[in-house]
Design a protein around this ligand. Structure first.
Ligand SMILES: C[S@@+](CC[C@H](N)C(=O)[O-])C[C@H]1O[C@@H](n2cnc3c(N)ncnc32)[C@H](O)[C@@H]1O
Length: 230
């Protein structure tokens, strides 16, 4: 019977680096496999500015659990990671055993249709919103976040997309999805749309720096506005 580390090594060799977004580390912190994503998107320093202590956190599109394990280390009481990729979830479960974490669970599911009625203190969506989902429309994704949070929502996104350079959709198509208010001078102002989507009950703040490179995603934290109830 192969041990935990051998099972993990076989799995990571099988899936290949293109499916691994963030570094995967051993119990002692040494690198097992590097991830291919720019770490300024959802920087651990940004998340360290959020108070996760004692919270129940949902990590949507968790991949190999980088953020699930990070928020657990930052003091979260429990974490549920969700991903549609069964191999990634198998990897997360092996890593949770390797790290000896309790109260960390992983679920194979489409984020739009999670078989959980639970609401969490914080629902997170790191590096999930991208060109493809923007063209399809992100409202179902935002509704998922709202449905599963009784407190905060953390997500990463670009401030705006230049429609002709970045998106395979016409201004007219995007207007039908988002409304003309958010389409100006050839750009789709996505953060404005997201802020307005949650504005009845939540207040937005940026927890990432204002990068020189405007194509980098920013980390947004929505917290309940005073007086809102769930
Ligand atoms: C770009 S990766 C980001 C992963 C992670 N949050 C991070 O920042 O490292 C997106 C992840 O979402 C997963 N995913 C894509 N569509 C999904 C869906 N509809 N439901 C659940 N997971 C999905 C992919 O399998 C992948 O692991």
């Amino acid at each position: 019977m192969p041990d935990l580390k051998t099972k993990l090594r076989h799995l990571l060799e099988r899936v290949g680096p293109e499916n691994i977004w963030r570094p995967i580390v051993d119990k002692d912190g040494s690198l097992l496999v590097d991830g291919h994503e720019d770490m300024r998107d959802g920087s651990p320093d940004d998340l360290a500015r959020v108070d996760f202590s004692g919270k129940h956190v949902l990590d949507l599109g968790c991949n190999y659990g980088y953020y699930s394990f990070l928020v657990k280390r930052l003091g979260a009481e429990s974490v549920v990671g969700v991903d549609i990729d069964a191999e990634a979830i198998a990897g997360c479960r092996l890593l949770a055993d390797l790290y000896g974490f309790t109260n960390v669970e992983f679920l194979i599911s489409d984020i739009i249709n999670i078989p959980l009625a639970t609401k969490f203190d914080c629902a997170m969506l790191v590096n999930f919103i991208g060109k493809r989902s923007v063209c399809k429309g992100i409202v179902p994704i935002l509704e998922t976040l709202r449905r599963h949070s009784q407190g905060e929502i953390l997500l990463t996104t670009r401030i705006k997309y230049n429609i002709s350079h970045n998106l395979e959709a016409s201004p007219k198509q995007l207007c039908e999805i988002y409304g003309e208010k958010y389409i100006r001078a050839g750009n789709l102002y996505l953060v404005e749309f997201i802020q307005d989507f949650f504005q009845d009950t939540m207040v937005m703040s940026f927890i990432s720096p204002d990068y020189q490179d405007k194509t980098l995603k920013r980390t947004l934290l929505f917290t309940p506005s005073s007086g809102s109830s769930y």
